[in-house]
Design a protein around this ligand. Structure first.
Ligand code: FAD
Ligand code: GLY
Length: 374
């Protein structure tokens, strides 16, 4: 097959973003996906762009989350112009709520360090939280409002990225598994697929929860493992809340298409993506405690996905030591949708031999040397 500048392995939101950004820089790109595009975790995600609600401390990871959140607005506009597809962005914030003393304490700690950094964050009493979102349970005793967080329709974002990538000439090979790498004297020079070999100047591994299995082919330890998440959707029109609401046991995300997505379970090491009755029961109970009026909402469906997790909870980004021509972009765990723009931008820059526009060193594969997947 024809040689390309960049071969991307995996057609989730990360691979599609890398492929789009590389093609936008003028590279010849192939994207190889074992199943359907967006059929992995990216198709299951709730789509929150919750940089502040998901951050646990200041540092490089928070900086990465915030930088990527900033890129979503312009990327969304660009994709809409290029493809006519609307990824359904909404910037109504996250309202994280507490209904216990421990919950309040944790939330207040988050408020303190975020406000101390100058990030937009408001501390609210239970009453003030209900003034903002009247559908909230009377049990809510305090809340942290993070007005700059947002959300997107994740499957739509993937669709728009892949359409824009195709328009830029990216060659999409879906339903084609990468079975290994072509190597020559310590350099990865292409990928091996069921349809033949594809020579490439650089290969970027974006295989989600399966990335570690592929890396083994080269003797590279990539400690990525699945953390299953189940979510469910109910029909709600009008939406009971404007913001994404995070309770102590679930979150609820109002979608523009009249659904509210309730998530999510966390099951490390589980490979079966199917939703379970137990998961639906736990999420339903938690959702009713958070927003009691949901009891009248028609149940639509439930699904599951495998978050690509790492021992540090942070992604693995950058060149693999010992193998020239190989880069990884995986392990985005709970924040792959949020982190897709910055990952696509910085990793495509690195794959094309440019200096990445953000410092990827804290996320280098070597930062996890010696650590094992679950
Ligand atoms: P995936 O989307 O899993 O894509 C990897 C792709 O690689 C798959 O399509 C797979 O088929 C392919 N692949 C694997 N092996 C091969 C091979 N050998 N050859 C070719 N292709 C291969 N993140 C957020 O930012 N916000 C959220 O609100 C959010 N909610 C979530 C809710 C749930 C229930 C779950 C499960 C996840 C959620 N996430 C969220 C996390 C987010 O979905 C992931 O971090 C993100 O989708 C990871 O993207 P990815 O492209 O790395 O992986
Ligand atoms: N970020 C939400 C989730 O992973 O469930």
């Amino acid at each position: 097959m024809d040689a390309v500048d960049v071969a991307v392995v995996g057609g989730g939101v990360i691979g599609c973003s890398v492929a789009y950004h590389a093609a936008r820089s003028g590279a010849k790109v192939v994207l190889v996906e074992a199943e359907g595009i967006g059929g992995g975790a990216s198709g299951a995600a709730a789509g929150m762009l919750a940089a502040q609600a998901e951050a646990h401390e200041p540092g490089p990871f928070l900086d990465l989350l915030l930088a990527s959140r900033d890129l979503h607005g312009p990327l969304g506009e660009e994709l809409r112009e290029r493809t006519g597809l609307d990824p359904e962005y909404a910037w109504s914030g996250t309202l994280s709520v507490a209904s216990s003393v421990e919950g309040e304490r944790d939330l207040y700690a988050r408020y303190s360090w975020q406000a101390g950094l100058g990030l937009s964050a408001r501390w609210l009493s239970g009453e003030e939280a209900r003034d903002l979102e009247p559908a909230l349970s009377p049990d809510v005793s305090a809340a942290l409002y993070l007005p700059e967080d947002g959300q997107v329709n994740s499957p739509r974002l993937v669709q728009a990225l892949v359409l824009a990538a195709t328009e830029r000439g990216v060659w999409i090979l879906d339903f084609t598994r990468v079975t290994g790498f072509v190597t020559e004297s310590g350099r990865v020079t292409g990928v091996r697929t069921a349809r033949g070999e594809i020579p490439a100047g650089a290969v970027v591994l974006c295989g989600g929860a399966s990335s570690g299995i592929l890396a083994e082919d080269l003797g590279v330890n990539l400690p990525v493992y699945p953390v299953k998440g189940e979510v469910l959707a109910v029909g709600v029109r009008p939406a009971p809340t404007r913001a994404n609401v995070w309770g102590e046991r679930c979150y609820a995300v109002p979608k523009r298409d009249g659904r509210m997505i309730v998530g999510a379970t966390e099951e490390p090491g589980v490979h079966d993506r199917r939703p379970t009755l137990g998961g639906v029961a736990r999420l339903s109970a938690a959702a009713l405690d958070l927003i009691p009026t949901l009891k009248d909402a028609p149940f639509l469906n439930a699904w599951g996905g495998l978050r690509p997790a790492t021992p540090t909870g942070r992604p693995i980004l950058g060149a693999v030591e010992g193998w020239d021509g190989l880069l990884v972009a995986t392990g985005h765990y709970r924040n792959g949708v949020l982190l897709a723009p910055i990952t696509g931008k910085a990793i495509s820059e690195a794959a094309l031999g440019e200096a990445p526009s953000v410092d990827l060193r804290p996320f280098a594969p070597t930062a996890l040397a010696g650590q094992e997947a679950l």
